[in-house]
Design a protein around this ligand. Structure first.
Ligand code: CMP
Length: 136
């Protein structure tokens, strides 16, 4: 059975007009959009989403960034979609992410790196239940 993953198209991508480019890459890959929504996070929701990072030194500016404007959240499904999407977005730091990946092609930042995606089956379950309780 197909997996599901949670993807966030972050506020930097919305501001830069890259939402269509990013969604288009996922569609062309053959992944299915199961849910899609625009919202602006409050601090409490950011803390819940990034529960494993709240105590890290990079978290306060990350929280400011993630609550700075609208973002697009989506659930994608497909064969091994969790690993497929991680490969498509590239490593965290846009300056080091491989060319051909979303971050490698479109970001020069370690924080404003355009997209987030679940990194494991467990985190996908947790994040989908948080963002789209009806799909949980
Ligand atoms: P994401 O995949 O959403 O997971 C955690 C986020 O924290 C990451 O993408 C970046 O936006 C940000 N991040 C991770 N490490 C750092 C860092 N060292 N400095 C700044 N931001 C970071």
């Amino acid at each position: 059975p197909d997996e599901r993953t949670l993807v966030l198209i972050k506020p930097d991508a919305v501001r830069r007009g890259l939402v269509g480019e990013i969604i288009s890459r996922f569609e062309r890959k053959g992944l299915r959009i199961e849910a899609l929504e625009t919202r602006t996070l409050d601090g409490g929701f950011a803390d819940q989403h990034y529960a494993e990072h709240v105590d890290k030194p990079f978290y306060p500016p990350l929280k400011t960034f993630m609550t700075s404007g609208p973002l697009v959240s989506l659930v994608l499904s497909g064969d091994q979609v969790i690993d497929v999407v991680r490969a498509m977005i590239g490593s965290t730091d846009g300056r080091r992410a491989a060319a051909g990946t979303i971050r490698g092609d479109l970001s020069l930042s370690n924080r404003e790196n355009l997209v987030h995606a679940s990194d494991s089956v467990d985190s996908a379950k947790r994040e989908i239940a948080l963002w789209f309780p009806a799909l949980g």
